[in-house]
Design a protein around this ligand. Structure first.
Ligand SMILES: Nc1ncnc2c1ncn2[C@@H]1O[C@H](COP(=O)(O)OP(=O)(O)OP(=O)(O)O)[C@@H](O)[C@H]1O
Length: 245
């Protein structure tokens, strides 16, 4: 695990071409408040974050610090009050609602706490669904069965969620998020329902996929055990994000 001071350094050059590598995700001066009047909560307070392709960033912090809000804004699910969010070079904050939804489907994969799978679909069909609904000009996507094999689920591709363990459901959830070949992966507490060994397996898998597929990945977690697999760790406190010294 390496810890990097904030703000992130300039993009490095690609070894083979000398071309600059474009950041997968950039949040610059992002603010967001919930509620109004005396009830206002500043959930994000001047947040800066740069995640390069291939990098797995962890965000830790106390309950209510703003971590889920950070993922919602990074994923274009919520619009910040100020600042910009850029995904694979596209300014999400400048885009209208429909354009933002298209950018989200084209460039972003989400992984949720417990997999969030659809009960009536087999593991393979969980992956086929987002491929069917991908927007025009999106990448063709990965082969669902190959991808399931890659996450250790080759012999369970025809199982339904209730026939899978918590760790297996999470593997399917990760594969589903990756099947559309996103530039950015946003991961919310992936180990919350898992034991220690499974938790390490899942975060190792996330780090491997991010590195091999040049995905910029952000994982929110309360699980300090798994931080060793992450490239950079940030802490969020009262809406402010800081690199962990
Ligand atoms: N829709 C909302 N309306 C009003 N306040 C909200 C809303 N969503 C979140 N908040 C408040 O914003 C702050 C940040 O919430 P957020 O869910 O981002 O925290 P978190 O760090 O993800 O917490 P946890 O670790 O418990 O999931 C909290 O004070 C929360 O109560």
């Amino acid at each position: 695990m390496t810890v990097r001071p904030e703000p992130a350094p300039p993009a490095p050059s690609a070894h083979d071409t000398g071309a600059p590598v474009r950041a997968g995700l950039v949040l610059a001066g992002v603010h967001l408040s919930h509620g109004d009047g005396a009830e206002t909560v500043r959930a994000l307070d001047d947040v800066h974050l740069t995640v390069m392709p291939g990098e797995l960033v962890a965000v830790v912090g106390p309950s209510g610090a703003g971590k889920s809000t950070l993922l919602a804004v990074a994923g274009g699910l919520a619009r910040p009050d100020g600042g910009t969010v850029t995904v694979a070079g596209h300014d999400m904050t400048a885009a209208g609602r429909r354009a933002r939804a298209a950018l989200r489907r084209r460039h972003i994969g989400f992984v949720f706490q417990s997999g969030n799978l659809i009960p009536a679909l087999t593991a393979a069909d969980q992956l086929r669904l987002p491929l069917r609904f991908r927007p025009r000009r999106a990448r063709p996507g990965r082969d669902p069965l190959e991808l399931l094999a890659g996450v250790g689920m080759a012999d369970r591709s025809d199982r339904y969620p209730h026939q899978l363990s918590g760790g297996e459901r999470q593997r399917v959830g990760i594969a589903r998020a990756l099947v559309t070949e996103p530039d950015v992966l946003l991961v919310d507490e992936p180990t919350a329902a898992l034991d220690r060994a499974r938790s390490h397996d899942i975060v190792r898998l996330l780090a491997r996929e991010a590195a091999q597929r040049s995905v910029a990945a952000v994982m929110v977690t309360h699980d300090h055990d798994v931080l060793e697999h992450c490239d950079t760790v940030y802490e969020m406190v009262d809406g402010r994000l800081a690199a962990v010294p």
